[in-house]
Design a protein around this ligand. Structure first.
Ligand SMILES: NC(=O)c1ccc[n+]([C@@H]2O[C@H](COP(=O)([O-])OP(=O)(O)OC[C@H]3O[C@@H](n4cnc5c(N)ncnc54)[C@H](O)[C@@H]3O)[C@@H](O)[C@H]2O)c1
Length: 412
């Protein structure tokens, strides 16, 4: 927003994050973000003091909506707390803009609270992808505004905020609160379904000797299907898709529509089974894992990120460790975040030394650095002769030619 020309104050309750941001550092790895944080325009500052919201007229709410402990629903306590903290600092004519991913019905409830101040609420779901967050924010592929039926002022106000991206002619959809909330969760449900669908085909391929990658290439040529998001592997993870499909099911249950979204429960199970499959492939190749050294190439839930929330890679690493393996994990960015949530694992930022004396290698995150490893060179660094390609990301023939037993997901 500051880069788009606005004067911005970022408010977070986490003092350590605010301190890092204030010093010009990002508290997580995201390509292009450090450059934006160190831009010398002076329009961006950070604080923990909600009082500083007073000087603004547009207030974005982007706090977390994690899965509740012991259930599937979204925990809305952070959104509620942020709105309540903001209320004393907003005035008639102000705009509160909801960005967090919330269950359908939340915006209508929050709008009543916001209306007590004379301000308006717009629900403006966020579609950014981690790893592409900067470009997705500066050049989004669409913008959705969910507004109240009697609201005739918020659209031009928010158009002013988004003037730069809107000037490129991107689609801007104005709708009601419920549709705006559902656009976000249904988009994530669809994406999760697409990945789980191809992973279900991977299970069938494993039982029949078929190759899921060739299958995906072939069906992906049909423009109605498309090849993107059709890579079989260890499945989806991260801070969004898993918790969002669970929260969507929980909301459907509340609406008396459990059977409508029951398929998402199956998608979730298919997805989680692929993590077990990766573990099983290591067991198939090594037998008893006690004392065997397994190197994980990748920990983040996706490349270009250090996010390990519900990361398939980190979970597989933990499972292998729990089964007695000596797990040594490497990742270009996600070692510090992994160390915080899995201190029991060994970490080595250097792929070459990590690989020494290994018994098996598991490719778990599609970092380009790992694809560019030369299998012949790797064979000279390590005793391992087994590679499990949890993402069907490597050149199977090249690894086999270098003397490795290559095992992919849904392919032989
Ligand atoms: N991460 C993504 O790729 C992505 C994409 C689209 C939408 N979303 C949605 O955006 C929301 C945020 O996601 P995230 O990944 O950034 O979560 P996060 O947990 O990484 O960050 C949330 C931040 O909110 C802060 N916070 C909590 N309560 C606060 C309060 N009362 N006042 C001020 N700050 C407070 C926390 O300290 C934390 O820094 C979620 O609803 C998520 O579903 C995330």
């Amino acid at each position: 927003m500051a880069d788009l020309g606005h004067t911005v104050v970022g408010i977070d309750t986490d003092q350590a994050k605010v301190d890092l941001l204030s010093s010009g550092s990002a508290p997580f790895f995201e390509p292009g973000l450090p450059e934006l944080l160190s831009a010398p325009h002076g329009r961006l500052r950070f604080t923990t003091s909600i009082k500083e919201a007073s000087g603004a007229s547009v207030h974005f709410i982007a706090v977390g909506t994690p899965q509740i402990a012991g259930g599937n629903a979204a925990d809305l306590s952070y959104v509620d707390a942020a709105i309540e903290a903001l209320l004393p600092h907003i005035a008639p004519g102000h705009l509160v803009v909801g960005k967090s991913t919330v269950p359908v019905g939340t915006a209508a409830r929050l709008a009543e609270r916001v209306a007590t101040t004379g301000a308006r609420l717009v629900w403006n779901p966020e579609f950014l992808r981690e790893g592409f967050a900067v470009s997705d924010t500066i050049s989004p592929d669409r913008i959705v505004y969910g507004i109240a039926a009697d609201d005739h002022t918020s659209v031009p106000q928010l158009d002013e905020v988004y003037a730069a991206p809107l000037s490129t002619g991107l689609p801007r959809i104005v709708t009601d609160y419920a549709t705006a909330e559902l656009v976000k969760v249904s988009a994530n449900a669809f994406l999760a379904t697409k990945i789980s669908f191809i992973n279900a085909m991977a299970e069938i391929a494993e039982a029949t000797g078929a190759d899921v990658t060739t299958l995906a290439d072939a069906i992906g040529h049909d423009v109605r299907i498309g090849r993107r998001f059709l890579n079989a592997g260890m499945g989806f993870g991260g801070g969004c898709l898993p918790k969002d499909i669970r929260a969507f099911q929980a909301r459907a249950d509340e609406l008396g529509l459990s059977s409508t979204l029951a398929f998402l429960g199956h998608m979730d199970q298919i997805n989680l089974r692929r993590r077990e499959r990766a573990v099983q492939l290591v067991i198939d190749e090594l037998g008893d894992l006690g004392g065997r050294r397994v190197v994980m190439l990748g920990l983040a839930f996706k490349p270009d990120s250090d996010d390990v929330r519900d990361s398939p890679a980190l979970e597989v690493a933990r499972r292998l460790h729990a089964l007695g393996a000596l797990v040594v994990a490497t990742d270009p960015e996600a070692i510090p975040s992994s160390r915080r949530s899995a201190p029991e694992l060994d970490y080595d930022p250097d792929v070459r030394t990590a690989l020494r004396d290994a018994d098996a290698i598991v490719l778990a995150t599609e970092w380009p650095q790992f694809r560019s490893l030369d299998p012949v060179e790797v064979a000279s660094w390590t005793t391992a002769r087994v590679i499990i390609d949890g993402r069907n990301y490597l050149d199977a023939d090249a690894w086999r030619a270098a003397g490795f037993t290559y095992r992919g997901m849904g392919r032989f």
